[in-house]
Design a protein around this ligand. Structure first.
Ligand code: ATP
Length: 252
């Protein structure tokens, strides 16, 4: 494994008396796909927020290409290329999928003076958006109002909105959530096609997806790292099984 692109050392976030993320050491190398798993409340979303800059750590450091970015806010980290997939709530339902992706590209490029110009005029951006959606298998749906797309198609549009910014690191928080079987299969094969081309951190509860996609699985429980190993080793690790079983292990 080469030098880390994104790295944390002893990173910590407290909410009141709770250590939601508790002195976590983590690395993400260029081109890797690392899945972060753990039981409900383990601290996965908080950890992603510490990487994206949505939260600033109480202790420890976050580094990007060796540079300490611990105190950089989310927009500054986005400009460095740390992208988090947009949430469905940020999709404009009356605009087409292409227009939504073009707006995301435009916002990232920081054309602030042009932001309120009709996006239809931005032919270069629209061509790039169209190519991104075709690459994601949404060529057919690209010109329909985004509000009319299926849940699975919307989740793909969210990822296209992140990819069009050409991220150095893509943070995906539960892209499989709420997808049906066929949509989930489509999402897994799409994410598999990104492997090696993008550096990805994937938070996901769907274990079939995690074990199919991840180069490495990072397990959190009660805010702390329980395991960090290839999928097969994590699957066989009794500490991971215990973390998931929790109180049931004592009861059983
Ligand atoms: N803003 C907040 N204020 C107070 N407590 C919080 C806040 N955000 C998260 N927590 C708490 O921190 C812990 C970790 O939450 P987090 O959402 O990071 O876990 P998670 O692993 O993403 O959970 P899930 O799998 O259920 O989404 C939980 O106990 C949660 O209740």
């Amino acid at each position: 494994m080469g030098p880390a692109l994104l790295e944390t050392q002893g990173v910590m976030k407290r909410f009141g008396g709770l250590n939601a993320v508790d002195r976590v050491d983590f690395t993400l190398a260029p081109g890797e796909l690392v899945a972060v798993i753990g039981p409900n409340g383990a601290g996965k979303t908080t950890f992603v927020n510490l990487l994206s800059g949505a939260l600033i750590p109480d202790a420890g450091t976050v580094r990007f290409e060796g540079r300490d970015i611990s105190r950089l806010p989310i927009d500054a980290r986005a400009r460095l290329g740390i992208a988090r997939s947009f949430q469905i709530a940020s999709i404009f339902p009356d605009l087409s999928a292409v227009e939504n992706v073009a707006l995301a590209a435009q916002a990232h490029a920081g054309h602030s003076f042009g932001f309120w110009r009709p996006v239809r005029a931005e032919t270069t951006l629209l061509a790039a958006a169209e190519a991104e959606l075709a690459g994601i298998g949404l060529a057919e749906a690209a010109h329909r109002p985004a509000g009319q797309l299926s849940h699975g198609e919307k989740r793909l549009v969210e990822i296209a909105m992140a990819l069009v910014t050409k991220p150095r690191v893509l943070l995906l928080d539960e892209p499989m959530a709420g997808l049906g079987v066929a949509e989930a299969r489509r999402m897994v094969s799409f994410l598999a096609s990104l492997k090696g081309h993008f550096t990805i951190l994937l938070v996901e509860h769907d274990m079939d997806a995690v074990f199919a996609l991840a180069d490495r699985v990072f397990v959190l429980a009660s805010g702390a790292r329980v395991a960090d190993a290839p999928p097969d080793a994590v699957r066989a690790d009794p500490r991971v099984q215990l973390a998931y079983l929790g109180d049931d292990a004592d009861a059983g």
